[in-house]
Design a protein around this ligand. Sequence first.
Ligand SMILES: *[C@@H]1O[C@H](CO)[C@@H](O)[C@H](O)[C@H]1NC(C)=O
Ligand SMILES: *[C@@H]1O[C@H](CO)[C@@H](O)[C@H](O)[C@H]1NC(C)=O
Ligand SMILES: *[C@@H]1O[C@H](CO)[C@@H](O)[C@H](O)[C@H]1NC(C)=O
Ligand SMILES: *[C@@H]1O[C@H](CO)[C@@H](O)[C@H](O)[C@H]1NC(C)=O
Ligand SMILES: *[C@@H]1O[C@H](CO)[C@@H](O)[C@H](O)[C@H]1NC(C)=O
Ligand SMILES: *[C@@H]1O[C@H](CO)[C@@H](O)[C@H](O)[C@H]1NC(C)=O
Ligand SMILES: *[C@@H]1O[C@H](CO)[C@@H](O)[C@H](O)[C@H]1NC(C)=O
Ligand SMILES: *[C@@H]1O[C@H](CO)[C@@H](O)[C@H](O)[C@H]1NC(C)=O
Length: 494
Amino acid sequence: MKMIQILVLLLISVELCISTNPGVKVRLTKNGLEYANRIAHAEIVKQLQSLSIPDQSGEDGDIKYTLSNIRVKGVTPPGSSISLVPGKSGVSWALSNFGISISADWRVKYEKGIIHISTSGSVDASVSGINVVETASFGIDKTGHPSIASSGCSDNIGNVDVDFHGGISFIINLFRSTVEGKIKDLLQPKICDEVVQLINNDAEKSLATMELAVEVAKRFLLDYRLVAPPAITADYMEIWDKGEIFWEAAVKEAPFSPQPLPSWTDNSRMVYIWVTNYSPNTFLYQAHTNGYLKYNVTKKDLPDDSADYLNTTCKFKCIGTIIPQIGTKYPNSSVELHLHSTAVPSAVMTNKTLTVELDASVGMWARTPNKTAAYLATLDVNVSLTLQPSIKNEKLNGVITDHSFKLSVVKSAVGELHPTVLNLVIDGILTIAVIPELNEIAAKGVQLPIVGGVQFNNTFLLLQEGYLLIGTDLQYKVNKSLRFEAENCRVIHV
Ligand SMILES: *[C@@H]1O[C@H](CO)[C@@H](O)[C@H](O)[C@H]1NC(C)=O
Ligand SMILES: *[C@@H]1O[C@H](CO)[C@@H](O)[C@H](O)[C@H]1NC(C)=O
Ligand SMILES: *[C@@H]1O[C@H](CO)[C@@H](O)[C@H](O)[C@H]1NC(C)=O
Ligand SMILES: *[C@@H]1O[C@H](CO)[C@@H](O)[C@H](O)[C@H]1NC(C)=O
Ligand SMILES: *[C@@H]1O[C@H](CO)[C@@H](O)[C@H](O)[C@H]1NC(C)=O
Ligand SMILES: *[C@@H]1O[C@H](CO)[C@@H](O)[C@H](O)[C@H]1NC(C)=O
Ligand SMILES: *[C@@H]1O[C@H](CO)[C@@H](O)[C@H](O)[C@H]1NC(C)=O
Ligand SMILES: *[C@@H]1O[C@H](CO)[C@@H](O)[C@H](O)[C@H]1NC(C)=O
């Protein structure tokens, strides 16, 4: 191979390594898997208790038979266990010692030439000691959905017992052990056939159609598609999600990638979720480049008790008295502030704080009594917002707990403006208008990539350099079925 080819291959693989870092990572530990198994087992037992079996019919040569009115008389629920199989990139599920007994009506017809024989009766049957071990392997499909396929199934049946009554039962019962053997032979491959079908069709279909885009702040999509096949080790299963936030109206990649995550060895919780600063940074990137970070603060955006803060004429405290030259030049008016971001803001995560750094331009205008807008000044304001992230209702949300800023006057049409006075005004506007508005958005929260129908318990949230980590136990909401929350989901077209 030529040097140049080697180099290209090397570059491609380096590129692939970079692009496969997850923005969001989910780890389901053994504890989590065992919990899922307990839930699944309880669900199986519940379903078995109300099991109904449809009529069965078939042909064997000239013989037609039907089994109808099948009643389940007793069920021995299976024991179940689940384990991780790193070698097959999968999990293995074992059901043991399952048993069922039924009674039914049977009818047999024999038709050949002029011979027509029809006979019927009832039957009691039981099958016991059924064991099944199914291994399913995970992968990823072209659209970034997880895929699943059976990679091994084995089963055996302990005992089959049948007892016919009525009709020609006395004859059939003579061949009882032959019939029992035949049923066992018929049933045994069928069990794995069914299980494999369930995995390869039903489970695969539900994974392939799972919604992996979550709406954020109405205009954005959070992309939870996989960037790599699920990774399985002896201790956990990991899902690597893209974790990128897109502008819904024009989906386009951000020009930066997630950083690799350091290793984490504590697997005592059921689930761990890493959210890297890539997610908020792609949000901020899209928000800025698509002109979303624009906000006009006018009188009607202020709460009632501070609505007059923007007056240019008042008795005590308002912009007109804080900055007298505005009050003098434009009396009986109200000031408007037109804010817009001037650079891509950044989210900075350290092991202590999560801050958002935002550079903004603030245009100051006076809305005069005749409704025209008169230009006052332009300020350059760099704001730093400290966010306290938290988990509420299984969503990640936040609240702004602190802010600081630096400002300078770019231009003024009302003479010299004193920085100390402007600081007071901008601080007032941030505190009474901008921050409450941002907190309202942050309080709505962002959905995490977990199936619906579970609640968090024993949850911690840890801030680290470049990411935050959520560790939690799960608790099943009994009245909901396990599924990925479909509310607020959209399809991403890239
Ligand atoms: C803010 O006000 C200006 C002037 O009235 C207007 O042109 C602009 O579209 C407004 N911006 C927003 C985000 O409402
Ligand atoms: C602020 O201006 C409005 C009219 O624009 C007026 O009704 C209100 O009384 C003023 N507030 C104060 C404190 O002067
Ligand atoms: C401002 O409004 C007050 C009360 O409506 C009025 O008496 C005063 O003349 C107005 N001032 C100007 C400069 O329009
Ligand atoms: C936070 O990081 C600094 C250095 O980046 C380190 O000295 C400090 O021990 C860390 N604190 C915690 C609680 O991890
Ligand atoms: C509106 O009021 C402003 C300031 O009070 C004044 O400069 C401007 O000429 C007025 N415009 C009209 C159309 O009356
Ligand atoms: C805000 O930040 C930008 C770039 O980071 C810088 O050029 C500007 O001087 C800063 N403005 C203030 C008021 O600190
Ligand atoms: C939630 O966690 C607590 C503390 O570990 C535990 O005592 C409790 O049983 C858990 N609740 C459920 C429903 O699992
Ligand atoms: C499920 O349970 C929750 C409380 O845990 C309740 O608010 C909700 O209405 C229930 N939903 C249904 C469909 O029963």
